[in-house]
Design a protein around this ligand. Structure first.
Ligand SMILES: *[C@@H]1O[C@H](CO)[C@@H](O)[C@H](O)[C@H]1NC(C)=O
Length: 198
């Protein structure tokens, strides 16, 4: 399997049995925060994209995004890009891990897989064809539809309501498997609400 999905099956079962559905509402209009305590060589969203043609606006439904982002990450066309996403929750002032954690060994191959969280909240809204470009072609524009960042139904499992954040890390490896000197780390903060119970 190209994609290694680390997500306990038991969570899906609990979620199904309980019928609960959760929504993570993005709370920061700027959407992307830098990672705290990031090590050397770690860049934030601006190391991945030129965001000067990207804009966001916030209202009671959440954050709406529009415009374009231009790739700026200095990696090579045939590099393999990995992606890890971890969901953390704020417990009495400390960020703690949740069971929601996933890892893609080869993001570029999986970027348009319809059941993936990044497809639902991001890549399905890209209106130009960047299948062969992925994130590896500095200068390439990613043209986005205008859309509301709604993360409803994208979070499997059982959650307590409260403050959460996604921690997102991209790393790139050359053909010999050596990691490139820079990696990307950013976070998206939000609040989780239960939206339906059966
Ligand atoms: C996004 O890119 C398209 C194509 O280059 C352009 O027509 C459009 O004006 C850009 N949008 C913004 C907000 O800059």
């Amino acid at each position: 399997m190209e994609l290694e999905l680390i997500l306990l099956a038991i969570l899906a079962i609990i979620s199904h049995a309980n019928g609960a559905e959760y929504e993570l509402v993005v709370v920061d209009e700027d959407i992307f925060s830098s990672c705290p305590d990031a090590g050397p060589g770690t860049l934030d969203i601006h190391g991945l994209f030129d965001m000067s043609e990207f804009s966001t606006s916030m209202d009671s439904d959440g954050v709406t995004v529009s415009g374009n982002t231009t790739m700026v990450w200095d990696i090579q066309v045939d590099d393999r890009v990995t992606l890890s996403i971890n969901l953390l929750y704020l417990d009495r002032g400390t960020w703690k891990p949740t069971m929601f954690s996933l890892f893609s060994q080869d993001f570029c191959k999986a970027m348009y897989e319809k059941n993936q969280i990044w497809y639902k909240v991001w890549t399905q809204h890209i209106s130009n064809d960047i299948k062969d470009k992925c994130l590896n072609n500095p200068g390439t524009k990613i043209i986005l539809e205008t859309y509301l960042v709604s993360l409803t139904t994208t979070i499997p499992g059982q959650f307590r309501e409260g403050h959460y954040k996604y921690n997102i890390v991209f790393r790139a490896f050359d053909s010999s498997g050596a990691e490139r000197p820079t990696r990307i780390c950013y976070e998206i903060l939000g609040d989780i609400f239960k939206v339906r119970r059966q």
